[in-house]
Ligand binder design. Sequence first.
Ligand code: NAP
Length: 326
Amino acid sequence: MATAFLFGFGKVGRELVKLLLGTDQDIELVGVTSSRGTVLTEGPRDKAELLRLAREGRKLHEHPSFIPGLLAPDSAVAVKPDIVFIAIPPSYETGEPNRTIYKALVEEGINIVTADKTVLALHYNWIKGKAEENGALLGYRATVAAGTPAIDAARALRYRGVESLRAVLNATSNYVLGLVEQGLSLSEAIERSIKDGLAEPDPSIDLHGWDAAAKLTILANELGLEAALNDVDRVPLTEEAIGSLAGEKARVKQVASLRVEEGKAVLRVAPEAVLPGDPLYYAEGERNVILYYLEGDMIRLEGPAGPAWRTARVMLADALEILRAS
Ligand SMILES: NC(=O)c1ccc[n+]([C@@H]2O[C@H](COP(=O)([O-])OP(=O)(O)OC[C@H]3O[C@@H](n4cnc5c(N)ncnc54)[C@H](OP(=O)(O)O)[C@@H]3O)[C@@H](O)[C@H]2O)c1
């Protein structure tokens, strides 16, 4: 049976544990690492306790077999599993510790399935090259619009001469903007979104456009256009920006856009006024919309991005595909 390790025991990580330990799968989960330490699931009792913690939304360090200080990537590299699932937070400003974690895994030839966008958004070609060099496979369908096959669609359009793309890719900003439409101020809407579990305590990753920019960068690379996160022109979502754009008919959306100019991608994430009739106008809550313009026509991809349980299912599907290929 194939073996797997998991980095991250948060919303997505717990859902993966529920899938791997709570349903019948041909993958054995041999260990989990959080930011503070590791649980090696050596016997049925360890597994049952881990599953209980996942089901009850508890922390990994509550596990009786928790080994404090055994951290990623060393925890998994010592075990050499067939696959490591990565469900840790992004680190867009420094890239660390994410980059070090990915590098260590691929250098050992360990396959990766990730929901974290950091390394693909910052160093797409580098990580792809390193993986290929070392015979490791990468699964990352969960990084963009998780529940909707956005990566597959972009890859399929690679040689079709896409001229531009417009998209709503960030669920949190969409939710916050929906609350602002209902009459809340931006700060009240953010507070409500945090309370509703949709926004992180520090929502700047979403509202300052980092999350959408990372997704846009990955899509650009899938389309065959070289791009890195720092190439994206990001305009934060502020009270003033919303006030100046909102009109009687228009809705304000955080729009991620790509234009191809002389073979190069021009990337931007910014609040925009969107009018009825534009498919982006109808993007609600956790649903993502991606519009590709090519060949005098438009292709529209629309579907759910999360939530965490769906993201975990997408990661499992990536893992099963990798195992079949390796
Ligand atoms: N939520 C979704 O539906 C969704 C959808 C698509 C993609 N994603 C991406 O998936 C990733 C995980 O999201 P999430 O919502 O599960 O996050 P989360 O709830 O904040 O959980 C993050 C987990 O990662 C652990 N962690 C932090 N640094 C670590 C490190 N260096 N090594 C090992 N573990 C580390 C944390 O440990 P502690 O428990 O010790 O704090 C925590 O268990 C993010 O990159 C996110 O952007 C999420």
